[in-house]
Design a protein around this ligand. Sequence first.
Ligand code: SAM
Length: 290
Amino acid sequence: MRIADYSVTRAILERHGFTFKKSFGQNFLTDTNILQKIVDTAEVDKNVNVIEIGPGIGALTEFLAEKAAEVMAFEIDDRLIPILADTLRDFDNVQVVNQDILKADLQTQIKQFKNPDLPIKVVANLPYYITTPILMHLIESKIPFAEFVVMMQKEVADRIAAEPNTKAYGSLSIAVQYYMAAEVAFIVPRTVFVPAPNVDSAILKMVRRDQPLVEVQNEDFLFDVAKASFVHRRKTLWNNLTNRFGKSENVKEKLRQALEMAGLRPSVRGEALSIADFGRLADALKEQGF
Ligand code: SAM
């Protein structure tokens, strides 16, 4: 029997008198086939350390602990800590850290792995209310995670993996794909969770690139320009850039020059630009003194 078997999950919750906290995004997986698929997708083995975010009662942690060298699981809810000590008592390669992942000093934490030199993968069924902040926190930590295999709302997974010229494509696609190759691995119906969330989910697999997708003078500025270009999705790049940088004749002249240098028409929409286009645009704007 597995922690995630519906009857086992129910018994654990009952034994500990646990009630779900909606504000923590608590939807627990009760489908062992899906858990097996997640671990297979992440290709976890004894040469990999895993960081899990939000272990809940340990449904995914159990599968990860069997395969990985070590698992470090960050759980915000104090009430789950004694439950995890119970459900995961047979494993000596799991550390549960009772912390908000967004406040965790990950650089310091990962030194706690017994073998800190192994590649680290992030495997998690994320709390959906903070999917994007968590991903940005992980990326901005500058830790060279080898891979993320994470469950999230299908709609957010689609936005991250989106290609140019699609409705889902936007600054989030660019912020992630700049560092990682992203693809939706499979879809998960809402019915396999207790309680069932209001939306369907997807497993997104993100693999770190050897180098960022494009070389730019200033990464933060690239993301700033990308974000500004999608503020009004239906407006042109020119419109969005003048909104961001200003509308004086002097600024407009510099914007014109930058667009020409980057080989972009002012009438194009942000959603038509590839990440390489945004890279050229950001560098051209920098050369014009922005
Ligand atoms: N992994 C379990 C599963 O698949 O059944 C639970 C997943 S549930 C979607 C999300 C988990 O993240 C919950 O256990 C919740 O308490 C935890 N959580 C929510 N916000 C968190 C945060 N800021 N830091 C760490 N854990 C958090």
